[in-house]
Every structure is written in structure tokens, then in C-alpha cells.
Write a protein that binds this ligand. Sequence first.
Ligand code: ADP
Length: 445
Amino acid sequence: ESTSAAVKPETEAESKPTDDDDKDDKAAQSLLNKLIRNNLVNTTNQVEVLQKDPNSPLYSVKSFEELRLKPQLLQGVYAMGFNRPSKIQETALPMMLAEPPQNLIAQSQSGTGKTAAFVLAMLSHVDPNNKYPQCLCVSPTYELALQTGKVIEQMGKYYPEVQLVYAIRGNKLQRGMKLQEQIVIGTPGTMLDWCSKFKFIDPKKIKVFVLDEADVMIATQGHQDQSIRIQRMLPKNCQMLLFSATFEETVWNFAQRIVPDPNIIKLKREEETLDTIKQYYVLCNCKEEKFQALCNIYGAITIAQAMIFCHTRKTAGWLAGELSRENHQVALLSGEMQVEQRAAVIERFRDGKEKVLVTTNVCARGIDVEQVSVVINFDLPVDKDGNPDNETYLHRIGRTGRFGKRGLAINMVDSKMSMNILNRIQEHFNKKIERLDTDDLDEIE
Ligand code: ADP
């Protein structure tokens, strides 16, 4: 099969991601994930545990009662709707709440309950009668710090004696003052200033130090050094806890500098598979034809909800406009939107208020919209060099095995180049992608 190579109407500007899209950094992705997630991700994998002292017994709990939490905290946990500890919490919580305190490095994908776990540890360890900071928690950005702060407030709802303060730029305190709040949460730079330059915090009195989102943290210049400088001011017996969604070599090296003698907990990411997905491709000559093919597909089958991926903001905007004109309820996710705006768009889509979500590649990275049954690659995913981006392809249309519903993926091919990319994706996964004739759609569904 061949396609007409002559037609390549997209301009240079169209085929490259814009700078704005590139600015979409790890912190924004992480915040987006927090804003749209309101429950745990399903995990079938077992946690891997590496104990500092391999001879000490390993405790794991199946209920929050077993942890002997303060009643006010248990009440807070249940008020949040938690019935039982998540996979990672089963092992992490007993470790963090043990006496004497144990250090911990924990890695698991976002949405597995890390934040809730260390918030519970901090709240358990503070003495509300002492009116000075006892727990420090550093996050990569102001917005992420606020999100963690919200969890502390929710979980500590019935424990109002414990107070919280934000060490973030713009939060100016009077010189010479001493903080009374037991928990300080903030970004590394301000936290460091508050501990050393301004002495609002006496670091020698800190019992728990939490470093959240280590992988995001080290992506920002300076954060690594600032975190290490804070850590060095803390007493030897201070409990050090570090969390990360991913664990590359660089993160690991950093983790070991922050957390001496750690226990280590890792939870493998749920594997995505193409086994439960029907994959098709459609041959077209230009974006207008791709749009026509899309309309034909919509005319032929019932699509509850679809996500459509485009390479650029311009194409995404154009397509959303065309679809609206055809009376589709369309949501558009685009690079210039604030993270909060994006979260709102995704929530509306998840609630079924819109049936089609058009998005650029960059915007949708890391988003899971589980109930979407149809995914359309209006443009195939390619990396910066124009090679097939297999990982993104898998993440877009793949499902986590056991929980996955059957899905349908349709790829739009509009040039020799994209046909080549499709072939390489097909080879990579060793899964056939069938040709679909959109003028004769009987075979589909
Ligand atoms: P992470 O920090 O790993 O991204 P979170 O702690 O933010 O994960 O948890 C993800 C979502 O699951 C949040 O909405 C949180 O309120 C919820 N959650 C956390 N622990 C539990 C639990 N034990 N039971 C039910 N929901 C939970």
C-alpha cells in the first residue's frame, strides 16, 4: 500500500511543537495529575521492599486501625473516604510510624497514595503542645506545595491544634519572628532562607523532613543544592522521607544524599498493553480529508467518548472548530491554557459534559481518561527528531491489562512519511494495525 507523497500541506510551523508547548514542564504535569485525580490508581503489582536492617520484621497493615493513630487522625482519614491503606501505604505507613523513626525512600507512580502517607506521618509525629516547627516538607513549586497543604488541612480537620504555614516566596514575615506552626511546607529556596538566613525556623528541632516529588525537584536548577543544605542543618535523629514517581539514576543519587540509611519501597508501574485494543489506520491526503474520514467514522459507529491527538496547537484548534461546526460537543486542551484551566477541561470531559476531547501531544502527556473507548491519532506521535514515539503511542491507546476495557484506536496517515512511522510502530509492538476504508465501515465495531 502506498500513499501520495506529494501532498504535505502542513507548514514548517505546523509540524513542530511550539516553544510554549515545550515549557510544559514536569511540575505542570505533576500538578495537573493532582488536580484531576480524585482516587487511587489501580495496582496489581506487589511492592518491592529493601529494608535497612534485613533482619528486622517487616510489618504491613491492611487497615488504618492497626496503625494506632490518634483518634482525631483516624477520623480525618475516614472523613476523606479512605477505607483501607493503598498498596504502598500498607508498608510505608508502619515504617514511617515506627519507633524509633525510620528513614524512607519511596517510589511509585502518581496516584498511588504517597502524599496521603507522608501527610499522615507528619501529623502523627508532631506534638501540638509545642509551638514551634517540627516537620518540614519541601515541594518543587508553590502550586504543588499548596496541593500538599490542602491534604494536610483535610486530614488534620479534627486535629485543629496542629497548624500549618507555607514557606513560599511572597510570604513575607517580620524579621526576628519565630514560627509557632508545627508544620512548614514550601519550596526549597524559601525554606532554606527561613532556616538559615532569617532563622524563623530552628532546624535543630525538626523531627520529620519530607522531600516530595524528587524527580521534579532535580529538574529545577538549584533545588538539589538547596535541599541538601536544608538537610544538613537537621539533627541526626530527624526522620528523612523522600518520594518520587520515577527513579532514574540522577534521582537515586540525589535520594541517597538526602536520606541516610534508608528503607526503600518501590512499586512498579502498571504495565500498559495493546492486547485489548483494535488498531486501525486510515489513508488520507491532507488534514481536510482526515477530518472527512473522522466524520465518516462518527456517522458509522456510536462513539461515547473520544480523545483526538494532534501534533500542534494550530491543528488542534482548527479541528476543534470544524468538529463544533458539525455539532459535536468538543473540549479543547491546549498549550497556552493554565494548568488549572486544563484540569477543569479534563474534569468536564471525564464527567461526560463533552464527548470529544481534542488535544496536542504535549498537553495530554500523562493523562489517564480511563473510560475513553476511542482514541484517534489525528497525527501520529513522533519525537523531536521525527521518529516514532512508541512510548507515547502505547500510553495513549494502551490499557492496563486487568482493568482495561476493550478499546479502539484509529490512526490517520497522510503521507509517505507518516505511513513509514505507522509501519515502524507496528513493527515495534509486533501488533497488526489494520487498514480501514472510511467509505465502507462495515468491518469496524
Ligand atoms: P500520590 O501522592 O502518590 O500521587 P495521593 O496521596 O495524592 O497519591 O493519592 C491519590 C488519590 O487517592 C488522592 O485523591 C487521595 O485522596 C486518594 N487516596 C490516597 N490514599 C487513599 C486510600 N488509602 N484510600 C482511598 N483513597 C486514597
